[in-house]
Design a protein around this ligand. Sequence first.
Ligand code: FES
Ligand code: MG
Length: 570
Amino acid sequence: MKEKYRSQNWFGKTGKDGFIYRAWMKNQGIPTHEFDGRPVIGICNTFSELTPCNAHFRELAESVKRGVSEAGGFPVEFPVMSLGETLIKPTAMLFRNLASMDVEESIRANPVDGVVLLCGCDKTTPSLVMGACSVNIPTIVVSGGPMLTGKYEGRDISTSDVWRFNDAVRAGEMTQEDLTVAEACMCRSRGHCAVMGTASTMACMVESLGLTLPHNAAIPAADSRRKVLAQLSGSRIVQMVRENITPSSILTREAFENAIVVNAAIGGSTNFIIHLLAIAARIGVTLELSDFDKLSTTVPLLANLQPSGKYFMEDLYYAGGLPAVMKELDKFLHGNCVTANGNTLKQNYDEAISYNREIIAPVDIPFNPLSGVAVLKGNLCEHGAVIKPSAASLHLMKHTGKAVVFEDIEDFKARIDDENLDVDANSILVLKNVGPIGYPGMPEVGNMSIPKKLLRAGVTDMIRISDGRMSGTGFGTVILHASPEAATGGNFAVIEDGDLITLDVSNRSITLNVSDEELDKRKRVWKPRHKVYTRGYVQLYQRHVQQAHLGADMDFLVGSSGSEVTRDSH
Ligand code: FES
Ligand code: MG
């Protein structure tokens, strides 16, 4: 007997309800036979002209639809909240959980048997995966693909050049007209940021988790093979519905471990940690901050990609793509994990070839033996903080310095370039109230700029600590995600100017050298200084968001509600 899919609880009905469920769909020109019980595939689209990285998704969705129809499914595209990094204020991260709620409820409430998630810009991947995990019907991810490498005056440029251009204009080396030309050279094709920033990190994450077809991570958005991948994914999801391959059957603890290993080897963004923790909690897999350290310390950096290296996502694809990286990592990976195409992960990477050893280094001659993240603990952040050692300065990995404290982002902006600021190269910059509750939304401001007067003196790096995040393209000895954040009134909240802080990365410790008695005394008179919102989504977020070490998801969104809906709408 043919299996009855959940969509038949709508389209398979007789009487008034069935009439209503089908009749209005028919205004789109859908013939009667398409309601015959075939898999209905939702295409969850984050297309938006306000999310430039995802602005080509209507076309991509058409390719997915061709694949769905080709395999005998019934494609239905629907929009969800789209989060673009470049325009959304105060930070797209504030709305990741909101978008995930939109995704979750849109999938559950509608007659879909499987779903294709069209993801691109940073937050669009985790929000869609989180939402889909909380429903747990068959799901495949299609990323939009990276932009082509930027070209300006004969050289390669990327989003990281924004800061350099800005400095060049300030120094009079570049005119405003040059800058306008450079703008068009940098983002010269469809797609998301072309380096191993957060968007590319997320595209690699879903591929290494097994939620995509092979090569999802690196095929450029403008490459015709991106559309081929979309079409094949559309065909494949129909089969996944027939085989009932759900996110929970792919996303095992081992799959998460694979993603952590791969992220280390590609020099992925620190934002990966927050998003992966949130996804694990949705699907019910135990994952802790310390796992990221434990699993990545022995993994070498293999991919020579900006910001840790030289090349771009486009180059990674031509060099063999993520499967070629995973093939090098074979001894670190659980090759037997099931993936979306029904093969094991190892079957997907086993035949891969690295065509360019300068871009994908062999595991025994790595591009850098250091990779991954170190998780720091101490009285400064009882629940941990993270640092990316490969992006940090060796001479600062063990260091004691005096804190120069900024109480919030406005305080930082007002004083950082003050010639009278009491700061030197040994100081440790501390930025408070940029955490989930404090900002709110935990923005990417953790890689604070170095005081101008120190820059002039030739200082290029110093220790910076915050309860915020940094951009996937960020660099430096930057300690992020300090938890609990300042807004909750813990030790981080009461650090004062001049306090001595000791960082010891090899011991994984960060210590505030102030006695417990003194800290308690300060806490008794501490007053929160962050704005508390009283209406709308932001008040809900501030009341329910969890700390960074738990993935900054809302407490009530952890776990899954399944796909069942018991009542009809009429
Ligand atoms: Fe969208 Fe970088 S701004 S990926
Ligand atoms: Mg980013």
